[in-house]
Write a protein that binds this ligand. Structure first.
Ligand SMILES: Nc1ncnc2c1ncn2[C@@H]1O[C@H](COP(=O)(O)OP(=O)(O)O)[C@@H](O)[C@H]1O
Ligand SMILES: CC(=O)N[C@@H](CCC(=O)OP(=O)(O)O)C(=O)O
Length: 268
């Protein structure tokens, strides 16, 4: 099975991901699947900023990033969190190689439109796929921290969902899997909260308008909508703590919430 997929692991769930999750990753790799991981770490960044007494706030889901904040973001994401994931993959029998978007100029970025307000936050302009492919071809799982860089050497803090979407688009993978702390996109139907098996771009817009999708789910669905406009067929949002979820998401689908162009276009 020669198949690649991009998996975004959210900071909300990283510490809770159990060994069986990483064992599934190893088994998928042994079966010939090539995973690429892009990770977040928002809660760990916030904790470190607090312990250092550096104020931090979010504007529309993006962290206001001064130079001091940027140093901490890089230290926590490209340092502690990245190496923790690499270590867990190693302990469960596979091999990973960690890097940030700065390494080899992997993720090129430019300031977001409202950078005057939120500082060094970036949008991705280019992803150097050959670096990722080189790592995969050596038999390692690339583990990428979402820091970007521009031609002048300026670093940028990039939302991890946005970075993962850009990597998935550049690699042209069929599926991006977003691992978070909820089992999918939820909606209250007849007074009961249910996980939606699939949602279309149109339905996402309505759910953001109505407030049913809010907070940290917004960058996820925005990144998903952006990458399914291109080669990526669907984005699947799942919880990483459910047993067998990763294998199902990669091989057959039918788990979590699939974000699809249209229902007809759904790959099942
Ligand atoms: N419709 C929705 N269904 C499920 N979760 C939602 C929804 N709208 C907003 N959320 C929120 O999004 C959160 C996941 O985003 P976030 O905390 O940023 O996670 P991560 O660190 O994995 O990126 C959930 O814990 C939940 O509070
Ligand atoms: C610009 C911006 O907001 N960057 C994020 C990067 C980490 C991230 O996105 O982590 P999660 O996936 O855990 O939310 C931040 O500073 O928190």
């Amino acid at each position: 099975m020669e198949k690649r997929f991009v998996m975004k692991c959210g900071g909300s769930t990283l510490a809770a991901l159990p060994d069986p999750f990483f064992q599934e990753l190893k088994e998928l790799q042994e079966a010939g699947v090539k995973p690429v991981i892009v990770h977040g770490g928002g809660p760990a960044i916030s904790e470190t900023l607090t312990s250092l007494g550096i104020p931090s706030e979010f504007v529309n889901g993006l962290r206001k990033t001064s130079n001091d904040v940027l140093d901490v973001v890089e230290m926590v994401l490209a340092g502690r969190i990245n190496k923790e994931i690499v270590r867990k993959i190693g302990l469960n029998g596979a091999q990973a190689l960690g890097l940030s978007g700065v390494d080899g100029g992997l993720i090129q970025a430019r300031p977001v439109a409202n950078s005057h307000e939120i500082g060094f936050v970036g949008d991705v302009t280019e992803v150097n796929a050959s670096i990722i492919e080189g790592i995969m071809n050596m038999g390692y799982i690339p583990v990428i921290a979402p820091i970007g860089i521009d031609g002048a050497g300026q670093r940028y803090n990039i939302n991890a969902d946005t970075a993962a979407g850009a990597v998935a688009s550049e690699l042209g993978v069929e599926r991006m899997i977003v691992v978070t702390d909820v089992p999918g996109i939820m909606k209250t139907v007849d007074g009961e909260k249910k996980v939606l098996p699939s949602v279309t771009v149109e339905e996402i817009d309505e759910m953001i308008q109505s407030g049913e999708i809010y907070g940290g789910m917004i960058p996820k669905v925005r990144a998903a909508v952006q990458c399914i406009q291109g080669a990526v067929s669907e984005v699947i949002i799942v919880s990483g703590t459910e047993s067998g979820v990763l294998t199902r998401a990669v091989t057959e689908g039918g788990v979590g919430t699939a974000i699809v162009k249209t229902r007809e276009g759904k790959v099942s």
